[in-house]
Ligand binder design. Structure first.
Ligand code: NAP
Length: 293
């Protein structure tokens, strides 16, 4: 069985994907600029290919003997060139399937409203022109990023803040994205079109404040908050995040699809379940924190 190459394996989502592949006894190779970090995370269970997207020779070495690739790279100026480099090297190496982690659907369609979405769209188009089996996953905002930040703010005594308290988001649990990615990496066949992955229902910041108030047994305020204007010279990621906030405030992320359920034959994890998991973990950790010097 040839290993599956996972790029972005040491990151937030990549780790979840590698863990799941290993749990299914699948051989995994990870591409990383930080082999020591990969070893700490995964031990001897994975092959570590030391390299970087811009280093063609390291890509060629990492892709030797690989049939399937999970393609993930961070938001940034280099997203298109980095991901295109992996795709082209994969094609040359005889890879048969690429599962790409793309941007949220509402950042990609319609074109021209998000620099990050447009970058992902360019890679999707490139993949579409090549004789390679591929699928692009377009996850909505991840609970582990946006909601985890909200939860931290509330546990520190602050309110839930948002540009528009009534604009919902179809948050998805990153564990569901990883489950879908692994399903598609291992499936006998995959359908071609991009997949819009969401949680079971869109939730507004006001509803999240109410859920937290119930869970914590105290009042949790929801407060409208305009982000500070972007400074001249703001980087790609800062500009992309500012655009996300504007699109979310306009209601574009308030989408719920049945894609996770139809692929995995179970419903996606809910915001309620995510918050409950996080609060239970906090409760377990709290006594240790109290006795820490
Ligand atoms: N957060 C959301 O709500 C959301 C929603 C939709 C889509 N997305 C997409 O998810 C992706 C980000 O995923 P994430 O948060 O899991 O990423 P992350 O935690 O930022 O991890 C980035 C990964 O990329 C690797 N990497 C970075 N530069 C590299 C290079 N030059 N060569 C080789 N590897 C490199 C890093 O590996 P090493 O440091 O070990 O080399 C690391 O494993 C983005 O494409 C974003 O558009 C996110």
């Amino acid at each position: 069985m040839s290993p599956i190459l996972v790029t972005g394996a040491t990151g937030r989502l990549g780790q979840l994907i590698v863990e799941r592949l290993l749990a299914q006894q699948r051989p995994v190779r990870v591409l990383t600029r930080r082999p020591d970090t990969a070893r700490k995370l995964f031990g001897a269970a994975v092959e570590v290919a030391s390299g970087a997207f811009a280093d063609r020779r390291s890509l060629e070495t990492a892709l030797r003997g690989i049939a399937t690739v999970l393609l993930l790279s961070p938001i940034g100026e280099r997203l298109v060139s980095d991901q295109t480099a992996v795709v082209d090297a994969a094609l040359a190496a005889g890879v048969r399937r690429i599962v790409k982690i793309s941007g949220s659907d509402w950042t990609i369609e319609p074109p021209g409203r998000s620099i990050s979405g447009d970058a992902h769209a360019a890679v999707e188009r490139h993949l579409g022109r090549l004789p390679l089996e591929h699928v692009s996953l377009r996850p909505n905002a991840w609970m582990q990023v946006s909601l985890a930040n909200t939860l931290r703010q509330v546990l520190a005594g602050g309110p839930v803040t948002a540009v528009n308290l009534d604009a919902g988001v179809g948050y998805i649990d990153a564990r569901d994205i990883a489950d879908v990615a692994v399903h598609l990496l291992l499936a006998d066949r995959i359908a071609g079109g991009p997949l819009n992955l969401t949680g079971p229902a869109a939730k507004t910041p006001r509803q999240i404040a109410d859920l937290l108030a119930t869970a914590l047994g105290r009042q949790v305020e929801a407060v409208e908050h305009q982000p500070p204007p972007l400074l001249p010279g703001a980087g790609f990621e800062q500009r992309a995040v500012a655009q996300f906030a504007t699109l979310i405030a306009a209601g574009h992320a308030a989408v719920a699809t049945d894609v996770v359920r139809s692929l995995l034959a179970r419903p996606p994890r809910s915001v309620e379940a995510f918050l409950s998991d996080q609060l239970s973990a906090e409760a377990v950790l709290a006594p240790t924190a109290d006795i820490a010097p």
